[in-house]
Design a protein around this ligand. Structure first.
Ligand code: SF4
Length: 287
């Protein structure tokens, strides 16, 4: 059976990841001491291997006693909770802020709006580093993270001053559905869709793949990457079998051979070359 492969019209690193990687490689070439990153710079195994090969080290607790004035710390694209910032500033002479500008902007918004006494509701995953960063910027304890219907029951009683925002990579249709439900609890809530432009474009690209006739979708990217997982969930939600794979060698060729039209899309932390390699491997089945 012949196979047609369609590559999504969005691919390669998003702006925030590109920027953080540029800062990491730049620091390795320039800084006299060791270059550390606080947590995985991006949730992508292949990319992290390259970053580590260039000389960036993952900061572990046991490294903290060995820090010298020459050493540098890089903050990853997801940002860094405020308490850790304070700790790192004391420890390191040089801290490079690799926080994605979008995450930085939303963090400032959380700080400002909670400072005015507003309750902040974040739709997202509370264990994700970006959400932990956003939570840490809220003044006082006026912040809730919602990821399920049940959690809506734990919101405080009716308030006028509420702002609802989103983790940058969540599914836009889930955000809208949660936002609607929250509007019923707090009719005056201000809803701010803070899903970033890159995530929105990729989510739309999955819908386009279906419109172009894809019968299944390959999503290229790190297994722990939230934006990549979201793309696979969206594909499944619209009825397309989705295969979330990290590298071209992981492609489940036998299963994919059963589809006549396959769409391929890469996540925001997936190198364009990885996605292109997957497309090339699948196109080899076309003949
Ligand atoms: S996915 Fe969006 S928020 Fe996250 S690093 Fe990329 S551009 Fe920034």
């Amino acid at each position: 059976m012949s196979v047609k492969v369609i590559m999504a019209n969005v691919s390669g690193f998003c702006g925030g990841v590109k920027r953080a990687l540029g800062l990491a490689y730049g620091a390795c070439g320039r800084c006299p001491g060791r270059v550390y990153v606080a947590g995985e710079l991006v949730h992508n195994r292949e990319v992290m291997e390259n970053v580590k090969a260039a000389g960036v080290k993952l900061l572990r607790d046991c490294d903290l006693e060995k820090i010298t004035p020459e050493d540098t710390l890089l903050i990853r694209a997801h940002g860094c909770p405020r308490g850790q910032w304070v700790k790192f500033r004391k420890l390191f002479h040089t801290v490079i802020d690799g926080t994605c500008p979008h995450v930085g902007k939303v963090s400032k918004m959380v700080e400002c709006e909670s400072g005015k006494g507003r309750l902040i509701i974040i739709i997202g995953d509370k264990s994700h580093p970006e959400v932990q960063t956003l939570v840490s910027f809220a003044k006082g304890d006026r912040v809730y993270v919602i990821n399920s219907e049940e959690e809506l029951d734990h919101l405080p009683d009716s308030l006028d001053q509420v702002q609802v925002i989103a983790q940058s990579t969540i599914d836009e249709s889930s955000f809208k559905s949660f936002a609607n439900k929250i509007s019923k609890i707090y009719p005056h809530a201000e809803i701010k869709n803070t899903i970033c432009g890159s995530s929105r474009r990729r989510q739309r690209a999955v819908l386009n793949l279906k419109e172009e006739g894809a019968q299944a979708v390959v999503v290229a990217g790190g297994i722990h990457s939230n934006n990549t997982r979201t793309l696979a969930q969206i594909a499944r939600k619209i009825g397309l079998p989705a295969f979330h794979v990290e590298t071209a060698t992981d492609l489940p060729i036998q299963k994919l051979k059963t589809f006549q039209v396959i769409g391929v899309i890469g996540g925001a932390s997936t190198d364009e070359e990885t996605t292109k390699q997957m497309v090339a491997n699948l196109r080899a089945l076309e003949n």
